[in-house]
Design a binder for this molecule. Structure first.
Ligand code: NAD
Length: 284
C-alpha cells in the first residue's frame, strides 16, 4: 500500500516533529490535537524550525513554504478518516491512548496501520483496544525528531510481519534507521536511558552534586552530547516520570522506583523546557 497521507495525533514536541519530517519527505500530514491553539502552536514551531533552516541555507524559502503547504489541521480525530497511516504522539497516559486507538479504529479504513510513538506503554494493550491488533505497532521516534536518526520499532504480541515491514519502509523513507524491540516495559532505549536519568535525579536529591556537576560529569566523562538532567528537561519531566512508573509497575522491581525529587518537580509543573522551568530555568 502506498503511503501518501499521514495522520499525526498530538501536536506537541514529538507530534510536530513527526509531521515536519513527514512533510519534508513529501507526504501530506494531518495534525490533530485537543484544540486549535495546540495545533497552531505545533505549526508555529515547525515554521520557526524551517525558517532557521532557510537562514542556515539548508533549504530554500520555497522548499520551506512547500513543506508548510503539506501540513493540514485536523480539528478532530474524525478528520483522519482518509489517511493511509496514523502515528499517535499524544500525552504519555495509557487511558488516553486506549481511548484514542479505540476511536481511530472506528474512523480509519480497516487496512490502515495505527502506530504509537509511546515511550513505554504496552503496544499489546493498545492493540487490544482495536479490532486490528495485527496492524498496531510501536514507532518510537527520538527527540528532536528532525535531527535524531533512530526509530525504535516495537512489535506487539499480535503485530504482523507486514505491519513491521511497512513501518520500517516508512521510517526509512523519512530518513530514519530502525532498531527493533520486543514489547516489554520501556522497550529497549528507555529501559536503559530512564534509570540513568532517574539516578541523576537521585544524586541531585541526595545532594551528591549540583545539576552542573552531574551533567558535566556525564557529558565530559562518558562522552554524551548532553547531561542526563538537561536531557530530562528536553524530554519533559512528566514523560520521564510516566516512563519510570511504567517500568516500576511493569517490572515490579524497586530499582525502578521514581525519585521523589522528580515526582515533586512534576507536581510543581516544572516539566522542563516546555514549561520554561525544569531542573534548569529557560525563561530568560
Ligand atoms: P507533549 O506534552 O509535548 O505533547 C503531547 C500533546 O498531546 C499535547 O499537545 C496535548 O495537547 C496532546 N494531546 C493530549 N490529549 C490528546 C488527545 N486526546 N488527542 C490529541 N492530542 C492530545 O509531549 P511529547 O513530548 O510530544 O510526547 C508525546 C508522546 O511521545 C508521548 O507518548 C511520549 O512518551 C512520546 N515520546 C516523547 C519523547 C520526548 O523526548 N519527549 C521521545 C519519544 C517519545
Amino acid at each position: 500500500m502506498e503511503i501518501k497521507k499521514i495522520g499525526v495525533v498530538g501536536a506537541g514536541q514529538m507530534g510536530a516533529g513527526i509531521a515536519q519530517v513527514a512533510a519534508a519527505s513529501g507526504l501530506d500530514a494531518w495534525i490533530c490535537d485537543i484544540s486549535d491553539d495546540f495545533i497552531q502552536k505545533g505549526l508555529d514551531g515547525i515554521r520557526k524550525n524551517l525558517d532557521r533552516m532557510v537562514t542556515k541555507e539548508k533549504i530554500t524559502a520555497d522548499e520551506a513554504n512547500a513543506i508548510m503547504n503539506r501540513l493540514h489541521k485536523a480539528p478532530g480525530l474524525g478528520d483522519l478518516a482518509e489517511v493511509d497511516f496514523v502515528v499517535e504522539a499524544a500525552t504519555e497516559n495509557e487511558k488516553l491512548k486506549l481511548e484514542i486507538f479505540e476511536k481511530l479504529d472506528k474512523i480509519t479504513e480497516p487496512h490502515v496501520i495505527l502506530a504509537s510513538n509511546t515511550s513505554s506503554i504496552s503496544i499489546t494493550r493498545i492493540a487490544a483496544a482495536t479490532s486490528r491488533p495485527d496492524k498496531v505497532i510501536g514507532m518510537h521516534f527520538m527527540n528532536p525528531v528532525p535531527i535524531m536518526k533512530l526509530v525504535e520499532i516495537i512489535r506487539g504480541l499480535a503485530t504482523s510481519d507486514q505491519t513491521v515491514e511497512a513501518t520500517v519502509t516508512l521510517s526509512e523513507f523519512l530518513g530514519k534507521t530502525c532498531t527493533q524491540s520486543k514489547d516489554f516495559p520501556g522497550f529497549l532505549v528507555n529501559r536503559i536511558l530512564m534509570p540513568m536519568i532517574n539516578e541523576a535525579f537521585t544524586a541531585l536529591y541526595e545532594g551528591i552534586g549540583s545539576p552542573e556537576d552531574i551533567d558535566n560529569g556525564m557529558k565530559l566523562g562518558t562522552n554524551q552530547p548532553m547531561g542526563p538532567l538537561a536531557l530530562a528537561d528536553l524530554i519533559g519531566l512528566d514523560t520521564c516520570l510516566a516512563v519510570m512508573r511504567v517500568l516500576h509497575e511493569g517490572l515490579g522491581d524497586s530499582k525502578y522506583r521514581p525519585c521523589p525529587l522528580l515526582i515533586q518537580y512534576v507536581d510543581a509543573k516544572w516539566l522542563g523546557r516546555k514549561t520554561g522551568q525544569g531542573v534548569y530555568n529557560y525563561q530568560k
